[in-house]
Design a protein around this ligand. Structure first.
Ligand SMILES: Nc1nc2c(c(=O)[nH]1)N[C@H]1C(S)=C(S)[C@@H](COP(=O)(O)O)O[C@H]1N2
Ligand SMILES: [Mo]
Length: 200
């Protein structure tokens, strides 16, 4: 038996894949801890409150009228799947925070969903073009099972931080663990550092 060094059948690992992750290709797994809600955009609101100068809420029409912002890149679930080269559109969290004006003491956020799901994030992880409220995937309305009408998108952290059916962000001066974080998952969840569980 012979084999050739250098040009083997083994493909190089895609450099976009963080350690311990695999590429799901065209699939998009649904991971939901609660029942999928059926939300109408007629009475939908999104609120930024907590340590802000101007508690601010947007209706669906109001948030859609904000400057549109797009993300193109990769998402990584802690269960080890990654989806590469996805595109989402919505509004940058920076735009929402500019209206609400965080107090200097604000250093964390708790994102909430209409379902009661929560997840915590350092404020520094949702500012400077790193986080969005999105309602479009690949140019189409975001499907209900993926968080439609709108979800949070924080693609540089594990995907559990991207709360589906997001209803608001509460700014706080301390880190308050959310749903998965209370159940042993990491408070920050950087996939490049494999911050999967508390203590990683
Ligand atoms: N409201 C809510 N948001 C959620 C979840 C959830 O169970 N409920 N699961 C999280 C997890 S663990 C992941 S991996 C992604 C899954 O999003 P998807 O179902 O669109 O793939 O949503 C995150 N946001
Ligand atoms: Mo996940």
């Amino acid at each position: 038996m012979t084999f050739t060094r250098g040009f083997s059948g083994r493909r190089a690992r895609d450099p976009r894949l963080p350690p311990g992750q695999y590429d799901v290709g065209n699939d998009w797994p649904v991971l939901t801890a609660e029942a999928t809600p059926r939300l109408s955009t007629d009475n939908w609101t999104f609120t930024v409150d907590g340590l802000v100068k101007e508690k601010t809420s947007w209706t669906w029409a109001e948030i859609m009228a904000l400057p549109r912002s797009q993300f193109m890149g990769d998402i990584h679930c802690v269960t080890t799947w990654s989806k590469l080269g996805v595109s989402f559109a919505g509004v940058s969290v920076d735009t929402l925070l500019a209206a609400a004006q965080p107090e200097p003491s604000a250093s964390y956020v708790l994102a909430s969903s209409t379902t009661g799901y929560t997840t915590n994030l350092p404020l520094a992880d949702v500012t400077n073009g790193q986080a969005w409220v999105v309602w479009e995937y690949d140019g189409r309305p975001l499907a209900r099972e993926h968080g439609g009408p709108a979800r949070l998108l924080v693609p540089h952290l594990y995907f559990w931080k991207s709360a589906k059916w997001v209803s608001g962000l509460t700014l706080m001066d301390h880190d308050q663990p959310g749903f998965w974080e209370q159940n042993g998952y990491h408070d920050r969840g950087d996939p490049w550092k494999e911050q999967r569980y508390q203590g990683d």
